[in-house]
Design a protein around this ligand. Sequence first.
Ligand code: PLP
Length: 1013
Amino acid sequence: MLDTAPQYSLTDAASLLKSHYGLSGDLSPLNSERDQNFKVTTAEGKIFILKIINASEPVVESRFQTALLGHIRDHAGHLPVPHIVPTLKGDSLADTLSVNGDVHNIRLVGWVDGLPLAESSRSLQALEGLGELLGQFDAALQGFMHAGALRDLDWDMTNAGRSKDRLHFVKNTDDRALLERFIARFETQVAPKLGTLRSGVIHNDANDWNVLVGNDNHDVIAGLIDFGDALYTPVIAEVAIAAAYAGLDHDAPISAAAAIAKGFHKYYPLREEELNLLYDLIAMRLVTSVTISASRHAEAEDNPYLAISEKPAWDFLRKLDRMEPLFATAILRKACGFDAVSGASATVNWLKNNRSKLLPLLDKPVAAYPAELVPYGDPTHPMTIKSAEEQPVIAQAMWEEHCAVTGTEVGIGPWGEERTVYAGTMFESKLVKGKRRTCHLGLDLFMASGTPLYTPLDAIVRSVDIEPDPLGYGCLITLEHRPEGCAPFISLWGHLAHEAGNRLKAGDILKAGGLVAYMGDETENGHWAPHLHLQICTDTRLTAMDIIGVGEEAYLDVWAELFPDARNFAGMAEEFYQQSGRSKEEIVAMRREMLLPNLSISYEDPIKFVRGDGVWLIDHKGRAYLDCFNNVCHIGHAHPAVVEAMAKQASTLNTNTRYLHDNIVAYAERLTATLPDNLTVAGFTNSGSEANSLALRMMRVHTGRENAVVLDWSYHGTTQELIDISPYKFNRKGGKGAKPHVYVAKVPDSYRAPKDWAPEDHARLYAESVAEQIALMQAKGEGPGFFIAESIPSVAGQVFMPDGYLKHVYKMIRDAGGICIADEVQVGFGRVGSHWWAFETQDVTPDIVTMGKPIGDGHPMAAMVTTREIADSFNNGMEYFNTFGGNPVSCAVGLAVLDVIESQNLRGNALTIGNYLMDSFREMQNRYEVIGDVRGLGLFLGIELVNDRYTKEPATNIARAVCNVARRRGILMGTEGPFDNVLKMRPPMIFSKANADHLLNVLDEAFAEVTKK
Ligand SMILES: Cc1ncc(COP(=O)(O)O)c(C=O)c1O
């Protein structure tokens, strides 16, 4: 081929220029492998290139190049490429006969000014610009075709496999093995797919001598020249070739390739299947280059042009060989806006959206432990220093001392944290020269060695390895999870006790909640303070050994998809990482200044909650508390069905009851259907107090009386008239005692009944207390207007009335002309499980039922339901109007709550879980003398504590202490009753067996702690 190279003198070239183009000027030769190029500068300062083409080049190819440049001129004339100058005859090509008798085609093109990219620093900005130019160039060529484009070139990416035939020219066996590895990958994984990719005419040789940057600004691409290799081939080859040259001697060659791909993608959107092959194609361009060089060395010993990029090409190939191809591909994909791994962001989202369905990774959900960051992010911290010095025992002792003072139980080493502890050579980056991998890609949980670890999801064991190296993982397990609706992903568990190595093997199936392993101690966990390194990997092609636990900062966005933060998988709360709002101290101070001073706060060290999620309340630092106390969020905090119903109606209409609306009648129909047949008329209010007040208004109109019979220690609401019938208020601090119309009967508390009362007489004997109050009224010539009681007196200490009690009382009241009101504000809506309403357990039907708290799962609404007769009496001409009561939003919420209770059989759940808890409490009672009585039905539960089971001396301090220990251990409950010695529990109706076990464990620990001598 080289024999046919043109060999014209400057004078000859000048005369060709004159004769074909009518131009003259200064000519200087330019470097070229096959052709002869001359830079022409005319007297007017115009610059051209005169190209005398190798005689061996088929005419069709010369014509192809000419047509290509013409196409670009017509379709993308703004691109900085050389534009063709026509001959005097108006042709794009001329020709000439050499002294050897060869015919050479001649072309004159405009000069593109600039500096070769190869001579610049090849900034990422410039490379992105190069990608943009190539993208525009190739996009402009879409649809362009020419017979000359169908060439058979070794430089065609589809012919890269031919490198195998040149391998023997490479003498060094290591070098040959290196090339063989890439060729093998190409043959098996790349070549079969190449034919399926989009093809088009491309430049095919955007090496850094054919690309120009601005003379002054090297970050700007100024031109693309030399179209001698253009052909029809898969389009992605354009990017691969440019990246192969841009990466030569580059500190971060994959970043360089990513910049080109990103720029290209802007104008010629790349496809995932193209990017997935890019790493191999870059490598194969280099393989082609070094093997062609080797073969030419063999032929033409020392043409320096041939070897110009040889050493850097070998270096680059070695770098590519050392790096994980999937990582490189992930970086390239991410640069073009694709997931680092196909489907990775969907997996990340799935974990976020399904976090509440995952089972706890520790004995309790991780968020339920008091947690704190472990200071490995601070290089100056003594613990970090000790750890880096490989003194895990000292580091651990420091941590334990800190935990003992602060009450911390879990140390968190967060994802993405930059750490200095990664000192060994194994942490040197294979992607960026001179950089280290410093950013932690797992989530570390520091706890005592021996802490058991469970899989939050069903899993298949992929690998169980023991890494003996210091600073390795020790025992390392990977699991594969294939949850429904989510692509399979891997979880990696490092620094485990070796015990798992004998118990588990690849292929084993673990059910969600199954034991994975125990945290190892420093003798078996790679010489670290005991902790779990937990990491997610979204690419199931990676093996345990491929998964890096620490990554380069530069690629954190890529690692975030390939190895996403395991926080959701582990059950951490977002609030641990990001806190907002005022400090607790600030809020307390502001409350003191601006709110009523007798607005009470729970716990000496108050809790600031920022989020509710099902059975959990999450505090400002992301600690999750199991809510066993708050019976308002009946079906769970922030229930999605409630939120949705509320939002939908609120965004549609909210008005008052003077206009017609479907919701209020629909809700009245549904609510009354849960009640006995004669309770058919509903009235809606906004709070339990208002419902009770409405009941009193109706009672007064209906009976014409005022007198009340109430149970001792009861509470019915916050308005003055309700305080007046609430001994819990009027008989305690700040109260003024009973008003003349209020008569207080004994609480029918069987546990504290006189010892000489036979249990079967409790109902009758306690009812006598009501009879006595009626007698007192009658002695004054009056009668009762009403009797009101909670169907299970709760403020009085979760007291379950003896069977038949209400039957006796209701009869007495009604016989004396009064009506009976059941306050179901705390106990209603199926909490008892066996029935919708707690009064049903006494086999009575009240005249009025009032309800509130759980009715709206936290939304302020309440109701009273009564008989037609009482409702008609109330209709005495005075309007009943309540601005907010029964509004469309509240009724939509109420409907959603009923839907959930019914459709999820939450009453059944309450009964099952309640029975389980009651059985367990009774079993605990056998172990703890302090438990005097356990009582409950469904999820309305009480445990009464006494210092002496015979005298029943209340163990008030112990009850408060248990409550405080429970809070410290992440469970919310309360104390109640006249002696404040009854532990009160009313968890949400969705409370699960696992939640119940959690509660039982904590109670057990709390009892053990507070009763230990
Ligand atoms: C039994 C009972 N009735 C009525 C009320 C008053 O309800 P609200 O606070 O919604 O006005 C309460 C509140 O604690 C209550 O426990």
